[in-house]
Design a protein around this ligand. Structure first.
Ligand code: PGA
Length: 251
């Protein structure tokens, strides 16, 4: 059985004070739900203070990326050890904005995933096609390549610790959502890639989130689909009311 998993990616939003207020509101609303995994991914600057708010609740803490070296002269980077030291258990890896603006590739995704696994952090690997790739009928091929590249050298045992987030790039922050049917079909295709790379057991046990304009009014339908196990939420994760409703999805 795959446990539903709702994550909020706050991106480059929230001062420390605002981050604490949002986390406090969410702990009050949803901090005692036990049948789903709930995760907040604030900016690095608020990881420690948000951890103080969520640490006695069922809400987990994650970072938005990690650097793959252990320590040293890498100005501006943050290591896995540093993330653990402020209470992180998850890390988003390969978000399309990292791919688009900061040179993330399948190779760098793979390095980040490996350091997470070495350091006992749980990666959420983001994949997804551009609009022109979907229109050219290449969406599944693009996602297959991202998954295969990102997971190079990862064992079946480690694969069970990884969450995949399918986020069609054209649906992120645009208000356009993939139809629940299209998203479910892509999730099924991702499971078949996992079956090819590993086995049926891995394909059936990996949690696959959908991301891209998930909102209170579409979360229930998305979550009712067989292959959609969760959501990675951007814009609608920035307010207590909307994210609390998403966490409390009904299906
Ligand atoms: P969105 O972002 O919900 O604002 O579309 C999702 C994401 O980028 O993870």
């Amino acid at each position: 059985m795959r446990k539903p998993f709702i994550a909020g990616n706050w991106k480059m939003n929230k001062t420390d004070e605002e981050a604490v207020a949002l986390a406090e509101g969410l702990v009050k609303e949803a901090g005692d739900l036990t049948d789903r995994t709930m995760l907040l991914c604030p900016p690095f600057t608020s990881l420690k203070s948000v951890y103080e708010v969520v640490k006695n609740s069922n809400i987990k803490l994650g970072a938005q990326t990690v650097y793959w070296e252990k320590s040293g002269a890498y100005t501006g980077m943050i290591s896995a050890d540093m993330l653990k030291s402020v209470g992180c258990t998850y890390v988003i890896v390969g978000h399309s904005e990292q791919r688009q603006y900061f040179g993330e590739t399948d190779e760098t995704v793979n390095k980040r995933i490996k350091v997470c696994l070495q350091e006992d952090l749980l990666p959420i690997m983001c994949v997804g096609e551009l609009l022109e790739e979907r229109e050219a009928g290449k969406a599944e091929e693009v996602v297959r390549t991202q998954i295969t590249g990102g997971l190079t050298g990862i064992s079946a045992e480690d694969m069970k610790k990884i969450t995949i987030a399918y986020e069609p790039v054209w649906a992120i922050g645009t208000g356009k959502t993939a139809t629940p049917e299209d998203a479910d079909a892509m999730h099924a295709s991702i499971r078949s890639v996992l079956k090819d790379l590993y086995n049926e057991d891995v394909a059936q046990s990996v949690v696959i989130q959908y991301g891209g304009s998930v909102k209170p009014d579409n979360v229930d339908e998305l979550m009712s689909k067989e292959n959609i196990d969760g959501a990675l939420v951007g814009g609608a994760a920035l307010k207590v009311d909307s994210f609390a409703r998403i966490i409390k999805f009904q299906n």
